[in-house]
Design a protein around this ligand. Structure first.
Ligand code: ZN
Length: 275
């Protein structure tokens, strides 16, 4: 599922591609992806509005309009936001659930094969509530090692599960939780409150560095993740732990262990150098 780097890539691409564009009309092909709004109300409130910009919050792409409403898209497992300037192959445009036609002739299309992702239109008040339910952004300068220490100290949950809890830290999912813990040399199953301040500082460094490098590489490709032009991400070959169970640890050479013991999600770690 698209995590922080993949969503950041999509949001930045859209910011360049559609900021300032005016939405002419909306076509809803599959209303079951809509949240907080009906198809008719979405068309009524969005047609004729101008897209101010596009940015990311947690794992959502947020598109503020000049009416102060915000289109909020959460791609989840199989969603992709594509800018169709007429050159996208028909294959890329199958499974489009909602399409925003732009006045300049292009379209902003939300495609979702399994329709597990969502498209919402939020008023400023509704968005404030959505935003307040999410934890801090890990790449925000305000998110310091001390801040992470404080979050860890309060919980007896496995440190990996805590990292993936969107109410505690925003945008981190299974891929980057595995990678951050590998970088920090911390066993993912350890109780969060037992992580020392020094270890929390390593974890902060591991988390922020892997997220920055993955943004640089335009994300990790898996399943149906595509950026706004339909291309795949480049971080897959740089993963040290995620997806590498049974292969050797890039740091110490031991065989990486693959387990579902934490919250039923795939955890890959090195039992030798992650303590
Ligand atoms: Zn190792």
């Amino acid at each position: 599922m698209p995590e922080l780097p993949e969503t950041e890539t999509i949001a930045r691409d859209l910011d360049r591609a559609v900021s300032g564009a005016t939405i002419a009309s909306v076509k809803v092909h599959r209303a079951d992806v809509l949240r907080d709004i009906t198809a008719a109300a979405l068309s009524r409130r969005v047609a004729g509005t101008r897209i101010e910009r596009s940015y990311r919050r947690a794992k959502a792409v947020v598109i503020p309009l000049d009416t102060n409403d915000r289109i909020v898209v959460q791609p989840r497992f199989t969603g992709a936001l594509l800018v169709d300037d007429g050159t996208l192959p028909a294959e890329a445009l199958s499974y489009v659930t909602v399409s925003f036609s732009l006045r300049d002739g292009r379209a902003l299309a939300y495609r979702d094969i399994r329709r597990l992702g969502t498209v919402a239109l939020m008023s400023p008040a509704r968005f404030a509530k959505f935003d307040a339910a999410l934890g801090p952004e890990p790449l925000d300068p305000a998110f310091t090692p001390q801040h992470l220490s404080g979050i860890l100290r309060d919980s007896r949950q496995a440190v990996k599960k805590l990292l993936m809890d969107q109410r505690r830290v925003a945008g981190v999912g299974n891929i980057y939780a595995n990678e951050a813990l590998w970088r920090a040399g911390i066993d993912p199953s350890r109780a969060a409150h037992n992580i020392s301040d020094a270890e929390a500082a390593s974890l902060h460094a591991g988390l922020t560095s892997v997220l920055r490098e993955a943004i640089e590489a335009r994300g990790t490709s898996f399943r149906d993740y595509r950026d706004a032009s339909g291309a795949r991400g480049g971080f897959s070959g740089l993963l040290a732990a995620y997806g590498r169970g049974g292969l050797s640890c890039p740091r110490c050479g031991a065989t990486l262990v693959d387990t579902s013991a934490i919250d039923g999600r795939t955890t890959v770690f090195c039992a030798w150098c992650q303590r």
